[in-house]
Design a protein around this ligand. Structure first.
Ligand code: ATP
Length: 350
């Protein structure tokens, strides 16, 4: 996050007001874990709880109720669980809708190795910066003739420049060494070509940060063989979506990686993972990704000490390996792992 897109959330009696969207699937389970951990840091937040997604569709006949939009307009900041998007049918993705409506153009996904989580690589430290508003997510699809459909990939200089600027500003503010733009400009010469042209122009303003480019397929291969050759990855929307999950796999899976969507006027914090319907409602979900998204929220609300406490506590729980959810090879439930994080947090004063 850069300083100039940090927002001062509205306050009620000195307490920041933040929209809370528990979401669908495992959302309510992992969001409630994040809330408990934030509470244990002592930071007070006035949560404005709102329904969205499949749950809201069932209850109110609308997956994006007006109340939710009003709340987000008021607060400008949210902690959000995953929302269900049906494959191939039904309403368009609400996640995409929210990102577009509030112009949350930068999706930031810090992907870090944890000691105690066994993976082929140690010391992975990648930052995925994904453009959030255009590309094949423009939602412009139509049937040209029976059996022939078109899906339009939209790339603009404005969106490409601002996401590149976000990546370089983040690199500068966080003392990172390089930004790699990932593309397929050898095939999509105009669209990905424009994205690269903009990234190159922005890179010239940051001579202290190394700028590299890599074709997306080669980048995927290199990520799974030599992840340390990357630092910040700068990607369009679709490549960013796919490469984020790949990067999550490098550090132990989707249950561990937090995320944030930033715009100039607000932010929504959410784990990289989806609704995980296969484990929803069973108390098996790994809460770490949601808890760490909560830490990113605390940074945004200018509570860095509390955010660091959360990161230290989650690190301690994973390192000790005693209380792990099933995705990490353990037997603990979501509630047990959350309790372990809180115990570690309370033990470790900031
Ligand atoms: P959606 O359509 O909402 O994206 P999905 O099942 O396609 O759902 P994810 O929800 O991201 O995608 O899940 C992919 C796999 O990762 C599933 O097997 C799921 O159980 C697992 N997974 C995702 N999140 C977690 C988590 N927090 N803890 C444990 N496993 C998880």
């Amino acid at each position: 996050m850069t300083k100039n897109n940090r927002l001062t959330a509205p306050h009620r009696e000195g307490i920041p007001v933040v929209t809370l969207i528990p979401g669908d699937g495992v959302g309510p389970e992992v969001i409630s874990a994040a809330l408990e951990v934030i509470k244990a840091t002592g930071v007070k937040i006035d949560w404005d709880r709102q329904a969205a997604g499949a749950g809201a569709l069932k209850r109110f006949g609308n997956p994006v109720p007006d109340e939710l939009i009003k709340s987000l307009t008021r607060t400008g900041v949210a902690l959000k669980g995953p929302l269900e998007t049906r494959v191939g049918v039904g309403y368009r993705s609400i996640n995409v809708f929210l990102r577009k409506t509030f112009d949350l153009y930068a999706n930031l996904r810090p992907t870090l190795s944890f000691k105690g989580v066994h993976t082929p690589f140690r010391n992975v430290d990648l930052i995925v910066v994904r453009e959030n508003t255009e590309d094949l997510y423009s939602g412009i699809e139509h049937e040209v003739a029976p059996g022939v459909v078109e899906s339009i990939k939209v790339i603009t200089a404005r969106a490409s420049r601002r996401i590149a600027k976000f990546a370089f500003e983040y690199a500068r503010a966080n003392h990172r060494k390089s930004v790699t733009a990932i593309h397929k400009a050898n095939i999509m010469k105009l669209s990905d070509g424009l994205f690269l042209k903009c990234a190159r122009a922005v890179a010239r303003g940051y001579p202290e940060i190394r700028y590299q480019e890599q074709i997306v397929d080669a980048a995927c291969m290199r990520l799974v063989t030599a992840p340390s050759s990357f630092d910040i990855l700068l990607l369009e929307n679709l490549y960013g979506d796919i490469v984020s999950d790949l990067c999550a796999g490098l550090v132990g899976g989707l249950g561990l990686v937090p995320g944030a969507n930033y715009g100039d006027k607000g932010a929504i914090f959410e784990a990289v993972h989806g609704t995980a319907p296969d484990i929803a409602g069973k108390g098996l979900a790994n809460p770490i990704a949601a808890i760490l998204s909560g830490a990113m929220l605390l940074d945004y609300l200018s509570r860095p000490a509390a955010a660091s406490k959360i990161r230290a506590a989650t690190g301690a729980v994973l390192r000790s390996g005693r209380v792990l959810t099933r995705d990490l090879g353990g037997k603990a439930s979501t509630i047990e792992m959350t309790a372990a994080v809180i115990r570690a947090l309370v033990r470790k004063p900031a």
